[in-house]
Write a protein of this length. Structure first.
Length: 265
């Protein structure tokens, strides 16, 4: 059995790269897709994590956003660390202080561990399959669970799938408009990983995005299920970790009402 307990310490160490970043504007490079950028800090953080995880879990492969072949995502037969070194790069570039490091561990297609660290609030969310979900806030470890709010009382989180806006803008905002009318209000944070932590601890109730990549939701998906929530693709099919897909997450009460309402039509 692999021991994942050393992962959070490594994430906290890596977060020092984000917190000490200077002159971010001068470190920006364009990536494929619209308005998609990477900074030298994303790459440095991923490299540091890769080195540290190779020592901690030599038996595991690592899929990192900044070194992945996005056309052909490869998940190893055994353990794979699925890593987003900075989720919320646009926030990071603009100094919004709302970004996270996300690390999931997948064992033959199933998530077994997930951790998401928000270095600005110093909150570390983590979950291990079958052992529940927790947040560690300034040394205090607290179990977390999803809310039980009905759809009409729900806070809706969503992502704009910003790198695919030519095809996904319309479906995104069509669904958003419907949810805006039937839920309490909407939120767009700029970090899918953080959105999933918000659902997992009941700060939000339902989340959707039309296209995300495995590193955006791997860790968060386990946080959600271990916190009593549900997470699937928008059509209800299971998430996949070897290719991008849509994501729908939430508490079971709000999600049941959402599905019954046929809002995707
Ligand atoms: C992005 C963020 C954003 C979401 C995008 C993601 P990145 O990740 O999670 O909230 O809308 O779809 O790609 O590029 O900042 O790692
Ligand atoms: Ca991301
Ligand atoms: Ca990223």
């Amino acid at each position: 059995m692999s021991d994942f307990s050393g992962i959070p310490k490594i994430m906290r160490e890596a977060a020092k790269i984000l917190l000490s970043a200077e002159n971010i504007d001068r470190s920006i490079h364009a990536k494929a897709g619209e308005q998609n950028f990477v900074t030298d800090y994303d790459v440095r953080t991923e490299n540091m994590l890769r080195e540290a995880f190779a020592k901690l879990l030599p038996e595991a492969d690592m899929l990192g956003e900044e070194s992945a072949d996005t056309h052909q995502i490869r998940i190893a037969e055994g353990l794979t660390l699925i890593v987003d070194p900075i989720d919320g790069t646009t926030n990071f570039i603009h100094g919004c202080r709302y970004s996270a490091i996300s690390v999931g561990v997948c064992d033959r297609g199933k998530m077994v561990y997930g951790a998401i660290y928000d270095p600005y609030m110093d909150e570390l969310f983590r979950a291990e399959a079958g052992k529940g979900a927790f947040v560690e806030d300034r040394g205090v470890l607290t179990p977390i669970k999803v809310s039980s709010r009905k759809l009409e009382d729900s806070l809706t989180y969503f992502g704009t799938a910003p790198y695919y806006r030519d095809t996904l803008c319309r479906p995104t905002f069509t669904l958003l408009e419907k949810l805006f009318h039937i839920t309490r209000d909407i939120r767009r944070s700029g970090s899918a990983a953080m959105d999933l932590t918000s659902i997992a601890c009941g700060r939000g109730d339902i989340f959707f995005e039309y296209r995300l990549s495995p590193w955006d939701y791997a860790a968060g998906s386990l946080l959600i299920t271990e916190a009593g929530g549900e997470i699937t693709q928008l059509d209800g099919s299971p998430l996949r970790f070897d290719a991008p897909c849509s994501v729908l997450a939430g508490n079971p009460v709000a999600l049941a009402e959402f599905r019954a309402g046929n809002y995707l039509e």
